[in-house]
Ligand binder design. Structure first.
Ligand code: S3P
Length: 167
């Protein structure tokens, strides 16, 4: 069994899912989204899992589903923004062809709405949470990714073309 052709990582709102789907379509390979795989496996939504079991339990589940997906999915795989926080997961992701989608704050402001559906951004100031989390995680993303793409500007096809050109 071969691993994924491409793994997409990056902060919330970077467009990992939409760009990943377009990259997969252009390459003619299947697409999978880690959050969707988690929901399929667990039967509850991401906010429900966070609310009932807490972040730590979510991270354990995420790490298990990620390891399985990296071992079995042969196409493009988009990860959630916190999936490379765990050192073992990060090392595993780094051993696959991984692209970091980077976005600036104004793009995040346009794309990340009020933390709805994103428990990590819940609270009074979702953009401030995004800023803090992204600053903390950027070195981890850079450690896990072989390539980095600017994803703030251009439509989905343009960013997808940039990803394909980079790898
Ligand atoms: C998270 C990002 C989400 C999802 C969960 C936690 C995070 O995925 O996995 O809400 O910690 O950054 P997206 O990056 O696709 O929003």
């Amino acid at each position: 069994m071969h691993g994924p052709r491409l793994v997409l990582i990056g902060p919330m709102g970077a467009g990992k899912t939409t760009v990943g789907r377009e990259v997969a379509r252009r390459l003619g390979v299947p697409f999978a989204d880690l959050d969707a795989l988690i929901v399929d496996r667990d039967g509850r939504s991401i906010p429900e899992i966070f609310a009932a079991d807490g972040e730590e339990a979510f991270r354990r589940l995420e790490a298990r589903v990620l390891a399985h997906a990296l071992a079995t999915h042969a196409g493009v795989l988009a990860l959630g923004g916190g999936a490379v926080g765990d050192p073992a997961s990060r090392a595993l992701v780094a051993s696959h062809p991984t692209v970091l989608l980077e976005i600036d704050e104004s793009a995040a402001l346009r794309r990340v709405h009020a933390g709805r559906g994103r428990p990590m951004l819940a609270g009074e100031d979702p953009l401030e949470r995004w800023r803090t989390l992204t600053a903390e995680r950027l070195p981890l993303y850079r450690e896990a990714a072989r390539w980095s793409i600017e994803a703030s500007r251009g439509d989905v096809p343009a960013v997808a073309r940039r990803v394909i050109a980079a790898v």
